[in-house]
Structures are given as C-alpha cells and as structure tokens.
Design a binder for this molecule. Structure first.
Ligand code: COA
Length: 207
C-alpha cells in the first residue's frame, strides 16, 4: 500500500464496515504506513475503472495484477497514472511474535472471486517472513463469511469477547493459528496455496 492508495483503501473500508466501527481517518492510515509494526497490503487491478459499481462479477482472475506491500515503493512508482485500482486490502499488526489481522475487505463487486483469499495468503506469507509463531484476529460472531475464510486457513475459535463491538454490542470471536511456524501448518498452507492457484490461476503476484 502506498500513500496514494489511502483514499481508495478508505473507501473500501467505509463500504465494508459502514456503521460497524469508527472508520480510520487519513492520518490514521498515514501513521500506520509509517509504523514498523503495521503492514497494509492491497490487491489492485489494471484498467479497473471499467468495472462499475453495479456491473456483473467478472471471470476468473487474470485481471488481478498485483498484491504488494507498502515497503515496495520503487516498483510502483511507474504506476501512478491511475491505471492501478485498489479493490481490496488487508492490514496486520505485529506484536512480539504474534501477527494480528486487524482488517480485511474486498470491494463489494469484486467479492467471491478469490481476492480476499489471496490477500489472506499474502498476510500469511508475510507472517512467515517475519518469523511469527501465532496468527490471531477478532471477528464478529455473525460474520460467517469471514469466519469461513479464516477457518479454511486453519484459524480455530479459541475464545470470545462479549459485547466487544460498540455499535450493536455484538460478541467477537477470537480465531487463532497456534504453532504457525511448525511443519504441519506450513504443509497445509502450501497445499491450500496450490489449490488456490489451480482454481484461480497464478496471475496474482506478490511483490
Ligand atoms: C470476507 C471477505 C474479505 C472475503 O473476500 P472475497 O474476496 O469475497 O473471498 P474469496 O472469494 O477469496 O473467498 C475465500 C473464502 O471466503 C469464504 N467466503 C467468501 N464469500 C463467501 C460467501 N458468500 N459465503 C460463504 N463463504 C464465503 C469461503 O470460505 C471462501 O472459500 P471457498 O471459495 O473455498 O468457499 C469479503 O466478504 C469482505 O470484504 N467482507 C466485508 C468485510 C469483512 O467482513 N471483513 C472481515 C472482518 S473480520
């Protein structure tokens, strides 16, 4: 994620979590981009402006050009012409040797096409690079879609925070991958990645 992606990420955030949480301000994202503990990754497409809000979902994934993290500014400098268009993001915080997934969202009309899964794969790959031992997150009890994505990648329900969300006092479910860096999980992760590539193609590039 680059500074110039902030407004698009904020739009996706607003669309996905409208009314659900205090939405981050520009300076919040700006501060996170400067923090050594936070990482944001975005999924982007080229020529994405062709996709209107109400258009039909498009076919499988060759249109997704890049997933990248904000540290890689140089390779993206050339892409400031407006051709890159952010359609999803994932954010994480590194706390000691734990990686906290703080948010993931895909623009509504690009959902169900493997983007969210690819973002999660990228975060898990980042966790591996950072040598963390545990992945963890909170998710609304009612958010079965996100829970299904996390469960697919080995997150298990380990607890609950009662009335955690201030808007409707909904409970948060805590989902965690323990022993993240041990062989059984890593083997399973590689299998999931292979299955993903088979289903969606390998045109998604993590830079
Ligand atoms: C959760 C979210 C990021 C998933 O993104 P996506 O790009 O639509 O998901 P994908 O197409 O990559 O699907 C990956 C997995 O997610 C789950 N999933 C996605 N959409 C689903 C749906 N409509 N019903 C059930 N499961 C679903 C499935 O496990 C799916 O794996 P499968 O294809 O093997 O069934 C997206 O729905 C979103 O932005 N939701 C709003 C924001 C949000 O709730 N974030 C989570 C906060 S904790």
């Amino acid at each position: 994620m680059r500074e110039q992606d902030i407004s698009l990420v904020a739009n996706i955030d607003r669309e996905a979590f409208a009314g659900e949480r205090v939405l981050p301000s520009y300076s919040f994202y700006r501060r996170d981009l400067d923090s050594p503990l936070a990482r944001y990754m975005v999924a982007s497409i080229q020529n994405g402006f062709e996709q209107g809000e109400n258009s039909q979902p498009i076919a499988k994934s060759p249109w997704i050009k890049k997933l990248f993290n904000y540290h890689n500014h140089t390779s993206l400098e050339t892409n400031t012409s407006g051709e890159e268009y952010v359609i999803g993001f994932i954010s994480v915080w590194l706390m000691m040797r734990e990686l906290h997934l703080t948010a993931i969202a895909v623009k509504c009309n690009y959902r169900r096409q493997g983007v969210g899964e690819r973002l999660l794969i990228s975060a898990i790959e980042l966790a591996k690079k950072l040598n963390v031992t545990m992945l963890t997150l909170e998710v609304r009890a009612s958010n079965k879609i996100a829970q299904s994505l996390y469960a697919k990648y080995g997150f298990q329900i380990v607890g609950m925070r009662h009335k955690y969300y201030s808007d409707n006092r909904e409970d948060a479910i805590i989902m965690t991958v323990y022993n993240f860096n041990l062989a059984p999980y890593q083997t399973r992760f590689q299998q999931l990645k292979l299955a993903y590539n088979k289903k969606w193609g390998q045109n998604l590039i993590l830079i």
